[in-house]
Design a protein around this ligand. Structure first.
Ligand SMILES: NC(=O)c1ccc[n+]([C@@H]2O[C@H](COP(=O)([O-])OP(=O)(O)OC[C@H]3O[C@@H](n4cnc5c(N)ncnc54)[C@H](OP(=O)(O)O)[C@@H]3O)[C@@H](O)[C@H]2O)c1
Length: 303
């Protein structure tokens, strides 16, 4: 990293300007934090008040004001269960706004990285899922995310759609911190063991997305999967969180039916991230290594 930084300084390479939508969200805020530690990208994260992606003139003003080379679209309607009752809002944010943003990027020659989800697969074959595998979205959130992917890919912009699964971080409200809080409050956990997937550490994903943005015109475009190595269930993930935290708390495996939700969750959410990893030259990283990174960030944030 130091050698790359020195090379960039010596060659006087200006940083790639990256604008992040949803800049105060889980992924958006992590992109901004990781961006602060790099010299090859200059990252600005805008919240809804500074750039409302539902409003085309707000999109234009932000793009013209900040003149980014790349937009990373991390804003989305992410309330999976609420979307079942709130179809219009989910469609507006996950489909219509994606179209508006992608067109605005196309018109200005700005590259776009759009974030999507494993949920587009619905019930899928039990093997790592590749980008070209057929999708069967179930529920409003999944359907709107699938439609949003199509909007982005058909916009004519230089766009990379990156699907990710089970996103979490060491800080903020997410599965990891919820499990740690519940373990302390209740002294025991009951966690679903019949949904399989790959937890994705937001700090590692953010770093990867900025690597993509930093490639300039060589940025990969099209549909990609980002995933760590390994597979687990929510129960396996929760158990590992207890282990790393040194908490001796029983974690009872329960079926999905123990926690009825408005929206159905896929029972198999395992993305195959190899194509993007090879394209980018990233080393393979097991999801447990991602967890260690998030755990260390959590400890640091608490200092
Ligand atoms: N979380 C997961 O487990 C997961 C898994 C797979 C894929 N993903 C995808 O990953 C991406 C990032 O997810 P995340 O977990 O970071 O979501 P998040 O924490 O819910 O962040 C979404 C952000 O979008 C913002 N937003 C909402 N309406 C907006 C608008 N009109 N204009 C601008 N910003 C607006 C929200 O701001 P407010 O707070 O002001 O509403 C929020 O900061 C999403 O595309 C999501 O679908 C997430």
């Amino acid at each position: 990293m130091f050698a790359i930084a020195m090379a960039l300084i010596q060659e006087n390479v200006p940083p790639i300007r990256v604008l992040v939508t949803g800049g105060h969200g889980q992924l958006g805020s992590r992109l901004v934090a990781v961006g602060r530690q790099r010299i090859d990208v200059e990252v600005v994260g805008l919240g809804r008040a500074e750039m409302d992606v539902l409003n085309p003139s707000s999109i234009s003003a932000a793009l013209d004001g900040h003149q980014p080379h790349v937009v990373i679209h991390a804003a989305a309607y992410t309330a999976v269960d609420r979307a079942e009752e709130d179809q219009e809002a989910a469609h507006a944010l996950n489909v219509v706004a994606v179209g508006s943003l992608a067109s605005a990027c196309r018109d200005r020659g700005i590259r776009l990285i759009h974030i999507s989800t494993d949920y587009v697969f619905g019930q899928a074959p039990r093997r790592p899922l590749r980008p070209e595998d057929p999708i069967h979205p179930q529920g409003v959130y999944a359907q709107t995310k699938a439609d949003g992917e199509r909007m982005a890919l058909s916009s004519g912009a230089d766009v990379a759609v990156v699907r990710v699964s089970w996103l979490y971080d060491g800080v903020g409200q997410n599965f990891m911190n919820t499990m740690l809080r519940l373990a302390k409050e209740r002294g025991a956990l009951r966690v679903v063991d019949d949904q399989m997937g790959v937890p994705t550490a937001a700090p590692v994903l953010a770093s990867g997305l900025l690597d993509m943005a930093a490639m300039g015109e060589d940025m990969p475009t099209g549909l990609w999967h980002y995933a760590h190595e390994g597979v687990t269930s929510w129960h396996g993930f929760a158990s590992e969180i207890m282990e790393i935290a040194g908490l001796d708390v029983p974690v009872e495996p329960v079926p999905t039916s123990a926690f009825p939700t408005a929206a159905q969750r896929p029972s198999w959410s395992v993305l195959d991230g190899e194509a993007l990893r090879v394209r980018m030259g990233w080393p393979a990283m097991h999801w447990k290594e991602g967890l260690e990174i998030c755990w260390r960030l959590r400890l640091k944030a608490a200092e």
